[in-house]
Design a protein around this ligand. Structure first.
Ligand SMILES: [Zn+2]
Length: 365
């Protein structure tokens, strides 16, 4: 598969515009026209991971943490990052990073954490954005009105609340003159034609815009389809960082910790709070989420599961009656390689492997 086609598919599901402004996501090293047969997924890329990719004949590395983050003025072999970029290019390996866009997106890292833990019916903890909506207006001859409307509806366009296939249709006269080299469905070369047409208007969320346009054009009889697309001020579904969910009545902080250790395959875990505390509602922020303790409390959560908690943040949480389970940054995010592999395995003609390099910089002794 061409890297460019693969990226289009990935970004349809995990759009780059979901990422925070300070982030650096997308294709960070590589050639859009290169061919991808084998992918290595990893939380991050260091020299060991790049050597592993070379050894395994990988064409693309997909990371969660951005491989290039700080501004670089030079790329040469005297600097560590420069040397690694040089090594990637010399070995024809591209590198793609998906960070906060993947944390925020549906079916991204936070949703996957909830799935691994079996926390159901989760809600968004911190709404950062709402989905961008577009309006499509397409001009169709009356004979093909139903066919095009069906294609729009089946692509998922026209959802308003619990109603699907919503469109507005107005009749009018379309005019055109087929020029030389045209192959008109209706009319003659050089003659101005008038046709009874219908203008079909419908609403489309950004994530399915391209698919909807492709299907609409396929269903339309004209050689050149006339359509308009405009961005709307109306906003769609909410997206954001972190999730929270209600649990059954029998969970306390200690049993929750045991469950997390089991699911994440951890021997030790840091806990803030009384182990007998009843847990009715749980918040999750993968990576570093200790700045969301108050927000989780405001949603009536009894505990937040996250990483990178500092001493004073733990004290503040205790003072406000919140518990924290600190699994560590690494252990809340290393599951990235599992969820990415699951997603990339749905692509045909591409093999995806998970890194075998241990990337946790901390050891428990
Ligand atoms: Zn992280």
């Amino acid at each position: 598969m061409k890297l460019n086609d693969l990226i289009k598919k990935v970004e349809k599901k995990y759009p780059l515009n979901l990422a925070y402004d300070w982030d650096n996501v997308g294709l960070l090293v590589g050639d859009f026209d290169s061919e991808v047969k084998k992918i290595l997924v990893t939380l991050e890329a260091n020299e060991k991971v790049i050597d592993e990719a070379i050894e395994k004949n990988v064409d693309l590395i997909v990371t969660h943490h951005p491989f290039i983050f700080r501004k670089m003025n030079k790329i040469n072999t005297k600097d560590l990052k420069g040397r690694l970029i040089h090594k990637l290019i010399k070995n024809d390996i591209s590198l793609y990073s998906m960070h906060t866009n993947f944390d925020i997106a549906f079916d991204g890292l936070n949703d996957y954490f909830m799935e691994v833990m079996g926390f159901e019916d989760s809600k968004i903890l911190d709404v950062t954005n709402r989905e961008i909506l577009y309006k499509i207006a397409v001009y169709v001859p009356e004979t093909h009105e139903l066919q095009v409307r069906k294609a729009l509806g089946e692509s998922g366009a026209g959802y308003i609340g619990n109603y699907s296939h919503c469109t507005f249709n107005s009749k009018g006269i379309g005019t055109f003159k087929p020029e030389e080299d045209a192959n008109p469905f209706i009319g003659e070369i050089g003659e101005i034609e008038e046709v009874k047409e219908v203008k079909i208007e419908t609403i489309v969320p950004q994530k399915i815009l391209q698919k909807t346009i492709d299907n609409m054009i396929k269903s339309h009889p004209y050689e050149e389809v006339a359509y308009d697309i405009y961005k709307l001020e109306n906003k769609g579904e909410a997206v954001g960082l972190g999730r929270y969910a209600s649990l059954d009545g029998n969970t306390n902080l200690e049993s929750l910790c045991e469950k997390i250790k089991l699911k994440l395959n951890m021997d030790h875990i840091r806990v803030v709070g009384d182990l007998n505390t009843k847990i009715k509602k749980v918040a999750v922020v993968t990576g570093a989420g200790s700045d969301m303790v108050s927000l989780a409390k405001s949603k009536n959560c009894d505990v937040i599961i996250t990483g990178d908690v500092k001493y004073h943040e733990a004290q503040d949480a205790l003072d406000m009656g919140m518990s924290i389970v600190d699994c560590g940054h690494f252990d809340t995010e290393d599951i990235f390689k599992d969820v990415m592999k699951r997603f990339l395995d749905t692509f045909e003609d591409v093999e995806t492997v998970k890194t075998e390099v241990c990337l946790n910089p901390f050891k428990m002794i």
